[in-house]
Design a protein around this ligand. Sequence first.
Ligand SMILES: [Zn+2]
Length: 493
Amino acid sequence: MRKFYAILLLAAVTLTPAFGQDMAVKYANTITEADMKEKLTVLASDDFGGRETGTEGQKKASAFLENFYKSLGLIAPVDGTYRQKFEMYQSDWTDVYVRVGRKRLKNGEDIVFLGNADMAKELKLDLLYVGDASDEAIAGRDLTGKAVVTTSRSRDISTKLKEAGARAIFAASENEEQFAQTLPRMARGTLKSRLRFDKTPKEDNESITFYITASQAADMLRTSKEKLIEAKATASTIKAGSTRFSIKRKISTLSTENMMAFLEGTDKKDEILVISSHYDHIGTNSNGEINNGADDDGSGTTGVMEIAEAFVQAAKEGNRPRRSILFLNVTGEEKGLLGSAYYSNNPVFPLENTVNDLNIDMIGRVDPTHENERDYVYVVGSAKLSSHLKVISEYANITYTGLKFDYKYDDPKDRSRIYYRSDHYNFAKHGIPIIFYFNGTHADYHRPSDTIDKIEWDVMAKRAKLVFHTAWILANREERTPVDTTDDMSYNR
Ligand SMILES: [Zn+2]
C-alpha cells in the first residue's frame, strides 16, 4: 500500500501541469490571520448567541454570510438568493398533565411524560397497581386497556406490561429526592422532540409512559407511600382506582436555511466542487451561558469564507478555476447533520456532477495529543472512495503547507466513527469522494468556553490554505477523481 502511494505521489508531482502553482500561492496568501480574526470575531460573538438552528442567532449568522457573499459578487444560486430555506418540525409536550384529585401534575414540572399521543380531551382509565411487575405480582390480573402503576423503571418491564395489554404506564420512583434532582434534566430532553423533516411523526403509534414519584402514585391510588412500597410483591392488596390525564401534542415549525454561493468555472463549469462547513452551533445552555462555537464550527465557516475570497480574487485577475465551486455553509449540523441531509436530498446542482466535497469542521485549535506538534490536521476519509483524492491531498500538503497529516480516524477500528459524523458524509453516501478536515476535540468542545481567545490563528490559517490548495488542484486538473476504491468496509452500513 505504501509503495503504491509513493508511486502515485511521484506521478502526481511530475505530471501536474503547470497551471500556475505560483499563482496558487499568491491567492493562498490572501488567507491571513488578520482576515480570519475579523470574520470569526463576528461569527463567535455573543450577539450571535451560539447560532442554534432556527434561532435569531442563526439568522444573524446567515445574514452575515449573505452579505459577505454578496460583497464578493458571487452568484446567488438558489432562485437568485444565497439561501436554501426549509422547514423542520418538532413535537412539543408542554400541554400534558395527570389529574390527581383537584390537582394537576404537570409535565416537566411535577412529572415527566415519555411517549407519543395526541388527545382531543382528557382520558379516563381504570388504574391498577402492579408493584414491581414481577410475574407473581401480575399473575391472573387483566391489564387490558388499563393504566398501571409500577415501581419498576426498566424498559423490559415496560415492554412486558404493554404486551400484557396496558394502555398507559406510571413508573413510580421511591427515591423522591433523586427524582426531584433529575427531573429538570429529564424534562429538557423530553419536552420537545428532535427536529424532523416530516410534519407528523413517522412512528405515530400511541405510547404512554409517565415518570412519577411513589407519593404521587399513592395519591392516585388513595393510599400511603409506605403501604405502596410494602405491597411491591403483593400488589393486589392495593385497591384499584381510576385516573384522568391529558396529552396534547403541539407541533412547532421552525424555519432555517443552508447558505451557499457559487463561482462559475470555465471549460469544466458543469462539474462542481463543494467546499463546506456548518455555521450552526448549540446556542445557549440551561444556565443562559452562550456556547460561542468559535472552533465548532466558526473556524470552518471562516475558512470557507476565506477560501471563497481567494478564488474570487483569482477569478478577478483572469484565473478563474476550470470547474465551478459551491461554497456551502449548512445549518442543523448539531441537530443531526440535518442541513447537509437536506442539501443532498434537494441538491441545487446535480450530485452526479458534484466531484468532491472538502468539509471543514473545527480547524482553529490544537488538541491535547498534538500539543508538541501544533502543525497538524486530522485528514479523514480521503481514500475511502477515491485513491486519487488522497494522493492529491498529500501532494498539496507536501508542496504548499507541510502540515503533519494524522490519519487516526481513517482506521476502521477507530470507535469514534468520525467519517459518519459530520456533513461530508451526506455527500459520501451518494458516492462523492470527500475529505474532512478536523483538529480533534478538546476540553472546550460543546462548552461555553469554546471562545475566540483560544483560537490558534497561525495553525488555522495554514489549515485553510491547505484546503485552498487542494481545492485549486481539484478544480483545475483534467480528470475528476474517480471512485475506484472498495476499501470502505463500513460504507454500506
Ligand atoms: Zn461541528
